[in-house]
Design a protein around this ligand. Structure first.
Ligand SMILES: [Cu+2]
Length: 596
């Protein structure tokens, strides 16, 4: 049987429902006295879940330990910071120096990375690059001065500790006071939890990359295609995917067959609730702290005004929905009037959701929308910008067999300064022609106004990268003096992820010069969206005409998309650059950047 014709590997049943909804009192262990006793013998206390405690000031103490949780009916050990999921919210002040002492009570090494914070590289918290990590029993003292304000977060950069509970919000209050007016201010932190050992999840993906994909094409789906496309059309659609040996529903590696989606550490059944009084302006600081899930966020009945992206204020834009990947943050302002609204966060692959409520008092709920139908990846998600009408896929701008590449230099635009706009000629590195790469895009799309598969023409106003404009423009106005092009690559069958076909272990560091203005072009030669996070410096996203749009620390790059950003490496040292999907990072989509 061909892979794409397998039946649903995971029947929808009570177990799956438990993953999707979770327990109402996730994290509470009253029903498991044996575990509690064992936990107290080990000196552990109950894990606090839900709205995180807030720590502020210049001296912060954090303790990493294992502690028990129960989100689905099965007790598991989580990795926690100060015994809480999410970890404590740190509220700090711009301009101040902070000392954060992190003590490791685990049996293995740990680390904390301050995501999006500009600091000396030795304080960045990436084991093997910034420092050695924090050994069992040791305390590491982080000390840095906050040179920015906004919504950020922090997480472990060791192994799979992040997805097992090590993530928390980091809010930096502006030195000169807040410019975004709000009566209430809530952190809304999304994450995902698996009852499995993440290492086992990773091994399973390595053996069969679609093991968690239960949106596989099915016989009933085929019959539906026959009725809408005719038999020939349905067969063609199927044949195309089979020839490419790919799966049109590869929207996420993981799904609700192993994940429970959490909002502020609460399951959907737990229903995290933020209170308001009618007419108030409520600021929601959305943080995607998931290990491996993109979320599509909407609050039915409410417009959301996006006011900040990755901690940087943007010109307000009013939307019904936005998508964000692990690492990204968005602040929105809403003005609720009714008694209750659902904050609905469906995962991109549409197998489950996180959910919470905005309400005038506790206990109220609003209806939870149905999950949107799965939309198959479209031609533009593989081929990019070509007009495909009437084309046979052998002629399309994609090469599945690593044959001759067909570069097109005719589009080259003559300009007084060739670096004024990003180059459009595609350069596939030699290293892309190897076993780590199963797809090359020759005609990428450069438009930034596409919300992505599953959000196109859904009747809602969905945020896109093209909508984001940082207030005040770029800090560094210089044109770049150099351009580097890197491709995001992968091989789905091998579950290998890389830059330019080279997994981290085979790669050499990328060199940047201190203070130079440099353009980075990222082209995605895979069928998945990768949230790319560059440590230690800002990524100033531009459009294909070289016009500045928005300062980010994490940029999602869609399938077959080519984006570019400018950066100024202002701090010397060794920095990490990686996909923020935890399993992609671990599978090799990670590079070191050396600033000298
Ligand atoms: Cu990735």
């Amino acid at each position: 049987m061909k892979k794409s014709e397998q039946p649903l590997p995971f029947p929808i049943n009570v177990n799956r429902r438990r993953f999707v909804q979770g327990l109402a009192a996730g994290g509470v262990l009253a029903a498991f006295p044996a575990v509690l006793q064992a936990a107290s013998r080990a000196g552990a206390t109950l894990t606090h879940t839900g709205t995180a405690p807030v720590l502020s000031g210049n001296q912060i103490e954090l303790v990493i330990a294992e502690s028990p949780v129960n989100f689905t009916g099965e007790v598991r050990m989580a990795t926690t910071i100060n015994g809480s999921i999410p970890a404590p919210t740190l509220r700090l002040r711009e301009g101040e120096e902070v000392t954060i002492r992190v003590t490791n009570h685990l049996a293995v090494a740990t680390s904390i990375h301050w995501h999006g914070i500009i600091l000396p590289y030795q304080m960045d918290g990436v084991p093997g690059i910034s420092f050695d990590g924090i050994a069992p029993g040791e305390t590491f003292e982080y000390r840095f001065t906050l040179q920015q304000s906004g919504t950020y977060w922090y997480h472990s950069h060791s192994g799979f500790q992040e997805i097992t509970g090590m993530y928390g919000a980091l809010i930096v209050e502006p030195r000169d006071g807040e410019t975004i007016r709000a009566d209430r201010d809530y952190v809304v932190q999304l994450s995902d939890w698996t009852d499995e050992d993440p290492m086992r999840v990773f091994s399973k993906l390595k053996v069969q990359s679609d093991v968690y994909n239960f949106n596989q094409p099915t016989v009933p789906g085929f019959m539906r295609d026959v009725s809408t496309l005719g038999l020939a059309g349905a067969l063609n659609k199927r044949r195309m995917w089979n020839q490419m040996r790919m799966n049109p529903t590869d929207l996420g590696d993981l799904s609700a067959s192993t994940l429970t989606y959490l909002m502020n550490g609460q399951t959907p059944a737990g229903n995290w609730t933020g209170l308001f009084s009618p007419g108030e302006r409520v600021r929601l600081r959305f943080i995607n702290a998931a290990g491996n899930s993109f979320y599509d966020i909407r609050i039915p009945g409410l417009k959301m005004t996006v006011v900040q992206a990755d901690g940087q204020n943007v010109e307000p834009v009013s939307v019904d929905e936005f998508r964000f990947g692990p690492g990204e943050t968005y602040d929105v302002v809403v003005e609720p009037e009714n008694d209750a609204y659902t904050i609905f966060s469906q995962s991109m692959e549409r197998t489950g959701y996180a959910r919470g409520t905005l309400a005038v008092r506790h206990g109220l709920t609003a209806p939870t929308p149905a999950l949107d139908a799965v939309e198959w990846l479209a031609m533009r998600d593989m081929m990019g910008s070509m007009d495909h009408a009437g084309m046979n896929h052998n002629d399309m701008g994609m090469d599945m067999d690593h044959g001759e590449m067909s570069m097109d230099h005719s589009q080259h635009v003559m300009h007084s300064n060739p670096l004024a706009i990003p180059s459009s000629s595609v350069n596939h590195a030699r290293s892309e022609y190897g076993p780590s790469v199963d797809m090359l895009v020759h005609t990428p799309r450069t438009n930034l106004d596409d919300p992505g598969v599953g959000l196109r023409q859904n009747g809602r106003r969905v945020l896109t990268l093209a909508d984001l404009k940082t207030i005040g423009g770029p800090v560094d106005q210089r044109l770049p003096t150099r351009e580097i092009e890197l491709h995001l690559t992968g091989n789905m069958e091998r579950y290998s992820w890389s830059f330019d076909g080279l997994e981290f272990g085979q790669s050499t560091p990328i060199s940047m010069k201190h203070g130079e203005r440099i353009r980075v072009i990222l082209q995605n030669d895979t069928m998945m969206t990768h949230p790319m996070h560059l440590h230690g410096m800002w990524s100033d996203l531009e459009n294909d005409q070289g016009d500045f749009l928005v300062r980010r620390h994490t940029i999602p790059v869609q399938p077959a998309q080519r984006i570019s950003f400018l950066t100024t490496p202002h701090d010397l040292g060794r920095w990490a650059w990686h996909c923020h999907l935890l399993f992609h990072m671990d599978a090799g989509m990670f590079r070191e950047v050396v600033v000298s």
